[in-house]
Ligand binder design. Structure first.
Ligand code: 5GP
Ligand code: ZN
Length: 119
């Protein structure tokens, strides 16, 4: 059985509807919403509804969720109209990557020419 969502996790609170977000996509496995501090014209976050801390714990997620995460990244990029001009998908895992929210999330960024070191 899936572990209970940590009450202090901001992204679990967003999934539960206990914290606000600007949602752009949702299905049974994943949620996508605007980053609260966008660093590009388009800056979305794609997260699994089930809590895992980072990509390091990817294998704890059902295979359906793992597939849904990457598909959602492409889908939201398409919906934002940035699929053809180019976009970037990034996930920070752990200390050296400066991860700041410990609920797995993929940044989907684009809508402008991205610097090599952006996001
Ligand atoms: P990380 O540094 O862990 O890769 O990325 C965390 C991201 O979550 C940051 O880009 C930050 O702006 C975003 N973020 C942090 N808290 C919230 C929040 O409450 N709502 C939303 N929409 N984004 C958040
Ligand atoms: Zn969480």
């Amino acid at each position: 059985a899936a572990k209970e969502a940590p009450v202090d996790c901001i992204f679990c609170r967003i999934v539960a509807g206990k914290a606000p977000s600007k949602k752009v996509y949702e299905d049974q496995y994943v949620l996508a919403f605007w980053d609260i501090r966008p660093r590009a014209k388009v800056h979305l976050l794609v997260i699994p509804k089930q809590h895992v801390a980072s990509l390091k714990e990817l294998d704890e997620l059902p295979v359906e969720t793992r597939a849904a995460l990457l598909s959602a990244c492409v889908r939201v990029a398409k919906d934002q109209g940035i699929l053809d001009k180019g976009f970037r998908v990034i996930t920070n895992a752990g200390k050296d990557a400066s991860q700041s929210v410990f609920h797995l999330h993929f940044h989907v960024v684009g809508g402008e020419q991205l610097r090599e070191d952006a996001i």
